[in-house]
Design a protein. Structure first.
Length: 318
């Protein structure tokens, strides 16, 4: 089947021709060879290992990204449609079960049709960033940034996504742990032009901060949760008093769902995102929840699309 757009420059292809008029690229599937198939991977690069939950997240992201670009391409006023992956990795990863190499989220979204106008991949690890840059160097839409995600987003990328410039962006915040500052999410929420998928690493929060006996939690870890939440109000949600009995009341740790409901409320009431559907819990092979996948947007249509996608994945029993 002939593709509709050039894989290299994104321009529409003539009917019956695989060769792009704009850049001369041959888009015949038989002639194309993916860069990731022949870019040498250094043994010093520690590739991410993706479980079934990560691959489900990539499927969700792909489904929505295609709907997102389809809708925005029809709006003539929109000048730039941008995708940002703030923790992009190497572009390739290892399947946790089989050990085979598979495309990471950055590569998968780069293949979305209709295409994004710009794709910005941010990666802190120099080796991963270099591999990602080599893998994607043939695509002029893609820009790989090596460095701290928050600094690069604030300095270089969010200014390209301003509402008043008729730019729109979809941003994936997929951190390795509790590393995304609430202030960044708050900034994005008040822009009105950027939608986010965000992984709240609840397993990391439970291991590092949300202990049954919170008096034993080191102050540095409390501050870590403050940074992610935005303040110390998380404590009143994460812990509750039991019903009084002969021994009085006992403080108990609240379930994950209660904490995530409160975070969802903060995304709407504090960060200013108008629409935040119920997040999807992503579970490992032992059925333990690793993280909750949130979506937050200023757009009603986006909310409906993602809500439908999330519902289908919940029904699959993730």
């Amino acid at each position: 089947m002939q593709p509709d757009h050039c894989a290299l420059c994104g321009e529409p292809l003539d009917t019956g021709s695989y060769v792009c008029r704009a850049c001369g690229e041959n888009n015949d599937p038989a002639a194309l060879e993916r860069e990731s198939d022949f870019v040498q991977i250094s043994s010093s690069v520690n590739l991410d290992q993706l479980g079934a939950w990560s691959q489900a997240k990539h499927e969700i992201l792909e489904k929505y990204a295609a709907a997102y670009t389809t809708i925005l391409k029809k709006q003539r006023k929109i000048r730039r449609i941008i995708y940002i992956d703030a923790f992009a990795g190497a572009g390739v990863a290892e399947d946790r079960e089989s050990g085979t190499l598979i495309d990471g989220s950055a590569i998968r979204v780069a293949d979305v049709d209709p295409p994004f106008d710009e794709l910005h991949f941010v990666e802190l690890d120099p080796g991963k960033a270099e591999l990602l840059a080599k893998t994607t160097e043939r695509d002029p839409r893609i820009h790989v940034h090596n460095g701290d995600a928050e600094q690069i987003l604030r300095r270089d990328l969010l200014p390209r996504c301003r509402y008043e410039d008729y730019a729109r962006a979809l941003c994936l915040l997929d951190p390795y742990g509790l590393s995304v500052d609430w202030k960044l999410i708050d900034t994005i929420g008040h822009m009105g032009s950027v939608e986010i998928f965000f992984n709240f690493m609840v397993m990391g929060a439970n291991r590092n901060v949300l202990w049954s006996d919170r008096s034993k939690v080191p102050p540095s870890r409390l501050k870590l949760m403050d940074r992610v939440w935005g303040d110390r109000t998380w404590e009143s949600t994460a812990y509750r008093q039991s019903e009084p009995d002969l021994f009085g009341t006992v403080e108990q740790k609240a379930p994950n769902e209660q904490l995530m409901d409160a975070y969802r409320t903060r995304l709407k009431d504090v960060a200013g995102f108008k629409f935040v559907p119920q997040p999807v819990p992503m579970r490992n092979t032992r059925r333990a929840t690793v993280y909750y996948l949130f979506f937050a947007s200023p757009n009603k249509t986006a909310n409906k699309i993602v809500s439908d996608i999330f519902t289908k994945y919940r029904q699959r029993g993730l």
